[in-house]
Design a protein around this ligand. Structure first.
Ligand code: THU
Length: 140
């Protein structure tokens, strides 16, 4: 299974394709399936701001549209382009937004991990820590 460090490296690479002319905040994500397959994502903004999509959902929707439903972890990196172009020390810790947490909860079991790059260190959280008391299909 791919290491967290390697995932962060690939997320930084995926972030290069971010389309963020409005916010200038570029995000990259790397999603790993139970079988070890990898799907990347970046944020894609739109002149109609509300139609923008986050890097995490890009990765999830790519994967699900290819038939994947079982995931183990996602790495996310982000930061303002004007700062990060000066060096990777200028990345900020990029917690997934509420909408992306909800999308993750649809497909991810309790052990699913979210891996984030802070300035110098890599942090790992459980989805259950970032989204307790989920609204899910068990009540429908
Ligand atoms: N964004 C992400 O792609 N993922 C996150 O977890 C937080 C925010 C994007 C959305 C928008 O394009 C830009 O970052 C600024 O909000």
């Amino acid at each position: 299974m791919i290491s967290n460090e390697e995932m962060i490296r690939l997320a930084i690479k995926a972030r290069e394709n971010a389309y963020a002319p409005y916010s200038g905040f570029k995000v990259g994500a790397v999603l790993v399936t139970e079988e070890g397959r990898i799907y990347t994502g970046c944020n894609i903004e739109n002149a109609s701001y509300g139609e923008s999509v986050c890097a995490e959902r890009t990765a999830f929707f790519k994967a699900v549209s290819e038939g994947e439903k079982n995931f183990v972890k996602i790495a996310i990196v982000g930061g303002k382009e004007e700062l990060t172009s000066k060096g990777s020390d200028n990345f900020v810790i990029c917690y997934p937004c509420g909408t992306c947490r909800q999308v993750m909860s649809e497909f991810c079991k309790n052990g699913f991990k979210i891996i984030l790059k802070d300035k110098e260190e890599i942090k790992e959280y459980g989805l259950n820590e970032l989204l307790p008391f989920t609204f899910d299909k068990s009540v429908l």
